[in-house]
Write a protein that binds this ligand. Structure first.
Ligand code: PMP
Length: 766
């Protein structure tokens, strides 16, 4: 280890001259302490400050380039680190040959204000929490960074710490320290070494010691300090992702009266931003101790080489004082404290929910997601990971769309009350809504969900026809109330279901992929409609205008026109459940029934119309509304509330102003085209169908028999989730991959989804 012999030895005057010549900065230079290179603080007469860094001659250019690249990378996500100032020639660094004939690379960085944490005697818990949060911010900013030069054999790399210490411990001079380090190494070897192998890896700063971390002056009445900077990427390496936290803790606990409390405080701050994995929690204390042992071993070696250099030993006295205290702490106690300092994990959240929530409330995906934030077509989990949401059609105009959030919040700040008081938004929203619908659909009722809206639609139909029987499509779902379960074959024929009540008549699902009449049959629509003819005295026919729960089905041409004609001739009314399909999702039309060239008697709306604010609506004709007005009052406490109308109006504004229907049409066309191009020839893919951003991919084990591939569909959706894309499965055989994203879903998202799906299908076929 002759690296110290290559340390540069410039004078301050020489440093000042280099700064002027290479970077055009005229400043006074003052040397800063450093182990293996030379750093000078530069002060310009104008008061600007920089750091001139003169590298060790043994450092290779690639590593210095990696440091600069890392600084540029993290600067995109955090202001905690210095920025690189280019040379007068625009290069990220310069090089000079000094009088001894050796070449040194030189870089100029911005100066960060603040003083080292190491110089602050009172490390309050708040400050330690801040330290943890800053290290997490740094690690998060480093995420995705890589460079060939950081995959290196470096003696400060904790992943090599065991080997280094095993070799060097016997030569630690003071016998008590030698014995302590030897004992601690044996403990780590037995408890942790195997687990270390499993730790996730990534680029780490690798030296956030208390002299590389800067804090502000005390401020405010409490005199707290903020964490303002992290310096010196000289030790950057590809190693355990948790290394920065372990190293920060190793120095933060030095001379602390309550080291366990200090560890818990730092990890609490860290995990607010980046939750640790289980193996990391178990390994953390071992890594903290390993870092301190490594420091003792390296200092012992270096002191043999340069006995007079005080800097080499700066940390050794506090380490010698603190290590025995750390050795007395049970590793299990640390793991428990760290675990507790993490917010509940998804598993813990799930367990808590299972204790107090009905067990048949399901959770999506094998590995449940804990989503904490949404923005447009993206969702973010508790670790900050972003997911492309290709599944949720409720946040129609985008998760947390600011326009809708603002409209609802402003109204809520003012008043949220019911329809028995006059307010202008009720009629205002109703007028805007009926303007999107063809006449004679002119009368609105507002409720709080799709289920309530379908319930009300049935009441309207029954009041109008004085009949009870209902015609439904097979595999349909219309809601969760008692009556709606009775008209939902998806439920009454599914697990726990009790079959159709006598007043419910089920027609075959007009599925032209696997049904009785298929594509290529020009009269498939009329033929499927004929099944309605045998039902006597119906009060209503109810169907999704594009059956979504049934498997993202596009009805064959003329189906609704034919079936509506038959039902009306028999005296029934026609209800279009547009809960999934409304507001431009289909791209070609604002409502799915329009593509079938029909006008229903009652339209049911839900999910998208409040963008997540609970809002359902029923729109009907004046004639049916008159029949319903039979003396019994209709009232819904929350339906049509001031806030729901404000939210509903804002959603309509956004749909129109952002031209989302047109966007769905063009983006959906790209999506279907890319899916067909990339995934279409995988043998599992039986059918790709859809309109706008309403798309289904039906998976089959055999393209001749159409045997449904349900397990495979579930596997695809789970693998997509692991790759950061959220989809679902549906259809009577659960073999249809369902894509119906928030409408801001872009062409680039479509491309990414199709590529990822194609890779997953390819993986599954090997
Ligand atoms: N109709 C259809 C077609 C639906 O998909 C749903 C919900 N999935 C409903 C009605 C019921 O809506 P809600 O869950 O808002 O009661």
């Amino acid at each position: 280890m002759d690296v110290l012999q290559h340390a540069p030895a410039l004078t301050a005057a020489e440093a000042s001259e280099l700064a002027r010549r290479l970077f055009g900065v005229s400043a006074e230079a003052a040397q800063l302490p450093s182990e293996r290179d030379q750093n000078f603080a530069l002060h310009t007469p104008a008061g600007d400050r920089f750091v001139l860094k003169i590298a060790n001659a043994a450092d290779d250019r690639a590593l210095l380039e990696a440091q600069n690249a890392a600084l540029l990378h993290v600067a995109r996500a955090t202001s905690l680190c210095p920025r690189v100032i280019p040379t007068l020639d625009g290069e990220p660094m310069a090089s000079v040959v000094v009088s001894s004939g050796t070449r040194h690379f030189i870089r100029l960085l911005t100066w960060l204000p603040g003083q080292p944490l190491g110089a602050v005697p009172d490390r309050t818990p708040d400050l330690l929490v801040e330290l943890g949060a800053a290290i997490a911010e740094l690690d998060a900013a480093l995420e995705g960074f890589d460079h060939p030069a950081i995959h290196r054999d470096f003696y400060w790399d904790l992943a090599r710490g065991m080997a280094l210490c095993r070799d060097a411990a016997p030569r630690i001079a003071p016998p008590e320290m030698r014995a302590l380090v030897t004992t601690l190494l044996a403990r780590i070897e037995a408890r942790d070494a195997e687990r270390f192998q499993r730790l996730r890896r990534g680029a780490v700063h690798n030296d956030p010691n208390d002299y590389n971390v800067l804090v502000s002056e005390p401020f405010g009445s409490s005199g707290r300090r903020a964490l303002v900077g992290v310096l010196d990427f000289g030790d950057i390496v590809h190693s355990y992702a948790v290394a920065d936290l372990a190293i920060a803790i190793a120095y933060a606990v030095l001379d602390q009266a309550d080291p366990l409390g200090a560890i818990a405080a730092v990890t609490r701050g860290y995990q607010r931003r980046r939750p640790l994995e289980d193996d990391e929690i178990e390994s953390l204390f071992g890594l903290v101790i390993l870092r301190l042992c490594t420091s003792v071993c390296i200092a012992a070696r270096q002191q043999r080489q340069r006995p007079g250099d005080a800097y080499l030993g700066v940390s050794q006295e506090p380490i010698a004082r603190t290590l025995p205290a750390l050795a007395a702490i049970e590793p299990e106690a640390v793991a428990a404290a760290v675990r507790q300092s993490r917010g509940p994990t998804p598993e813990e959240t799930l367990a808590a929910r299972r204790r107090v929530i009905g067990p048949n409330l399901s959770v999506a995906y094998r590995r449940p997601l804990k989503i904490v934030r949404g923005w447009m077509q993206y969702l973010y989990d508790d670790t900050g990971r972003r997911y492309l949401d290709a599944y949720n059609n409720v946040p129609h105009v985008g998760h947390s769309h600011p326009r809708v959030v603002r409209a609802a919040t402003e109204q809520m700040l003012l008043l949220n009350t019911n329809t028995r008081y006059l307010h202008d938004t009720l009629a205002g929203f109703a007028a805007r809504l009926v303007a999107t619908l063809p006449p004679p659909l002119r009368i609105c009722y507002f409720v709080n969900s799709g289920s309530e809206a379908n319930e009300l639609a049935l009441r309207l139909a029954r009041a109008h026809t004085h009949r009870r029987d209902v015609i439904v499509l097979d595999a349909a779902y219309h809601g969760n109330t008692t009556t709606l379960i009775d008209i939902s074959p998806y439920k009454f024929n599914g697990p726990g279901g009790e079959g159709a009540p006598p007043w419910v008549h089920v027609l075959p699902l007009p599925d032209s992929y696997r049904g009785q009449y298929r594509r290529g049959d020009p009269r498939a629509g009329e033929r499927y409609a004929e099944f309605a003819r045998h039902v006597r005295n119906p009060s209503a026919f109810i169907a999704e205008s594009a059956p979504s729960v049934g498997g993202q089905i596009l009805l064959p041409d003329r189906y609704l026109a034919s079936v509506y004609a038959i039902v009306r001739a028999a005296g029934g009314v026609c209800i279009a459940d547009e809960v999934q399909t409304a507001y431009g999702r289909m791209g070609t039309h604002f409502y799915a029934f329009e593509a079938q060239r029909v006008v229903p008697d009652i339209v049911v709306l839900g999910k998208p119309i409040g963008n997540g604010y609970p809002l359902g609506a029923v729109v009907t004709t004046a004639e049916i509304a008159a029949s319903f007005d039979n003396g019994m009052e209709f009232f819904s406490t929350f339906g049509g509330s001031t806030v729901s109308c404000a939210a509903g109006l804002a959603v309509l504004d956004v749909v129109e102003e952002e031209r989302l229907q047109e966007h769905a049409r063009t983006t959906g066309a790209v999506l279907i085209e890319r899916l067909r191009a990339l995934a279409g020839d995988h043998p599992l893919v039986g059918d790709i169908r859809g309109s706008g951003l309403f798309v289904g991919i039906e998976l089959v084990k055999d393209r001749e028999t159409l045997q449904p591939a349900a397990a495979e569909a579930s596997d695809v959706s789970n693998r997509m989730r692991d790759r950061g894309i959220l989809l679902g499965t549906d259809g009577p055989f659960h073999n249809v991959i369902k894509i119906r994203p928030p409408m801001p879903f872009s062409a680039a998202d479509a491309e990414h989804l199709a590529m990822t799906l194609s890779e997953i299908l390819a993986d599954m076929s090997v």
